[in-house]
Design a protein around this ligand. Structure first.
Ligand code: GLN
Length: 466
């Protein structure tokens, strides 16, 4: 698919369309949509911004590439003055007092936010069913889940309701819904984009990233959002990735894949067969392919959920109705905290808070939490070793195709296991991209830390290869 951003930019400059028409058309589509992708529309502000872009164009001024491009925002980002609900009852009426750095960078570049998008509450989930706004329906088959937790964002892009959307990925929440809806979704290297102003889920793996319909659009949006931010001490200054740079992939000589991801009963037969066909096509282009050993899926999923639950229990402890959210008064203060949290958090969020506090509590933390941290180090060491031997690791995005709406809610453990292929790369803080090719739910391209450019290069190479 060609770049939507370049195409729209040209149409605006050539006066084939006005920005107001473009924004109005997308707002109408979002308003009428039956996939439950919208938590709130930012229509007034969007139309005002569009009018400014039109005024500039009719004055003969040039506009920047992202100026006037409509986009969506997962409803976990602060955008000053807008509702930021995290799809939860607790924050149903909460308005952001400030704007997230990543979003501010896009606003500064002139992009126009249209919508706060439906997702799993606080990022907790893999289906976008844990939400007070109704389950997000898949863009290809509305009986299936939209994927999660950034389901609304992926569906909006797939349906062309937004040109790109900004998701959040802690353990797969950009890559998996991108795969379920056949679009591109990038989780950059941890720290490349500031987390300031995204509602914290698991701070050690939370990443901001774009969902779009082309590699070029992913590149443009990634560049616009990246950069060191004094408000997030884990950020670093990454170099801009140029369009020319990703055209040549000669330096990619060896690709690896984890054989235990493929040689298992847990993978769908067709996904497995299609993945192996893609591997053969890559080999046919003269690239060496290496089978790699990796941790078993159960170990990856347990390590990720141990740490993610511990971190979210800690991060969400601030939501007790005192400073934020829908406070429900009890007999005394303790009672107020307890009722506010019990009544307002979803079942899934409560499961994670209870699980997280359990693994952090005295008598358990050595056995479980510290062991999780240790396993995480081993996983990172394994990646370091792998990237001495291969340039890229290729994997399916998910072991299975999207479930029917309702099924994941009945079986949380099965839902956790469906994250088997994405969570390891999150623990390693690696750059990893879903491309809508190769298997029914796409392929995941991963490189060593801070090698986001190589990921885009290989994606570009695969354009004509598979
Ligand atoms: N599905 C994973 C979880 O529920 C990942 C979610 C995410 O990346 N926000 O934790």
């Amino acid at each position: 698919m060609e770049s939507q951003i370049h195409k729209i930019h040209q149409q605006l400059m050539d006066k084939e369309i006005t920005c107001t028409e473009l924004v109005q058309e997308k707002l109408n589509l979002l308003k009428a949509n039956t996939n439950n992708t919208v938590n709130s529309l930012l229509d007034k502000q969007a139309l005002k911004l569009a009018a400014n872009v039109d005024a500039k164009i009719s004055n003969g001024e040039t506009i920047d590439l992202l100026e006037g491009i409509p986009f969506g925002i997962k409803d976990v980002y602060m955008v000053q003055g807008t509702y930021t609900t995290a799809s939860s009852n607790l924050l149903k009426k909460y308005k952001s007092p400030y704007t997230a750095t990543a979003i501010q960078n896009l606003l500064d570049a002139g992009a126009i936010p249209l919508v706060k998008e439906n997702c799993d509450s606080f990022g907790h989930g893999s289906s976008s069913e844990n939400t007070i706004f109704g389950a997000v329906k898949n863009a290809i088959n509305a009986n299936l889940v939209g994927g999660g937790s950034s389901g609304g964002s992926a569906v909006n892009v797939a349906k062309d309701y937004t040109v790109f959307s900004i998701g959040g990925d802690t353990g797969g929440s950009i890559r998996q819904p991108a795969g379920y809806n056949n679009v591109f979704g990038l989780k950059p290297t941890y720290g490349r984009i500031s987390r300031y102003g995204i509602m914290a889920y698991a701070s050690s793996t939370d990443c901001v990233g774009p969902i779009a319909k082309s590699i070029e659009d992913i590149r443009i949006v990634l560049n616009a959002m990246s950069g060191k931010d004094i408000k997030d001490q884990t950020t670093y200054q990454a170099e801009n990735i140029s369009q020319e740079n990703i055209l040549n992939s000669d330096e990619i000589k060896t690709v690896g894949y984890f054989k235990n991801f493929i040689n298992t009963d847990a993978i769908d037969n067709e996904i497995k067969a299609d993945f192996l066909v893609s591997i053969e096509k890559i080999k046919a282009k003269g690239i060496k392919v290496k089978e790699l050993d990796f941790f078993e899926s159960d170990a990856l999923v347990s390590t990720y959920y141990t740490l993610a639950m511990a971190e979210t229990a800690s991060n969400l402890s601030r939501l007790d109705g005192t400073n934020y959210g829908n406070r429900i008064e009890g007999k005394n203060l303790k009672d107020t905290y307890s009722i506010t949290r019990s009544e307002n958090f979803s079942e899934e969020t409560k499961r994670r808070i209870v699980g997280g506090n359990q693994v952090l509590s005295q008598g358990f933390s050595d056995e479980i939490y510290l062991k999780g941290l240790n396993l995480r180090d081993q996983i990172s060491d394994n990646f370091e070793k792998d990237f001495k031997e291969v340039d890229i690791i290729l994997s399916p995005v998910t072991p299975n195709t999207p479930p029917k709406i309702g099924d994941s809610l009945k079986d949380p453990l099965a839902m956790y296991l469906s994250d088997a292929y994405t969570v390891g790369f999150s623990l390693g803080q690696l750059p990893t991209l879903t491309i809508p090719k190769g298997t029914a739910t796409g392929l995941q391209i991963t490189a060593a830390k801070n090698n986001d450019e190589l990921v885009l290069k290989f994606a570009n190479f695969l354009k004509d290869t598979i």
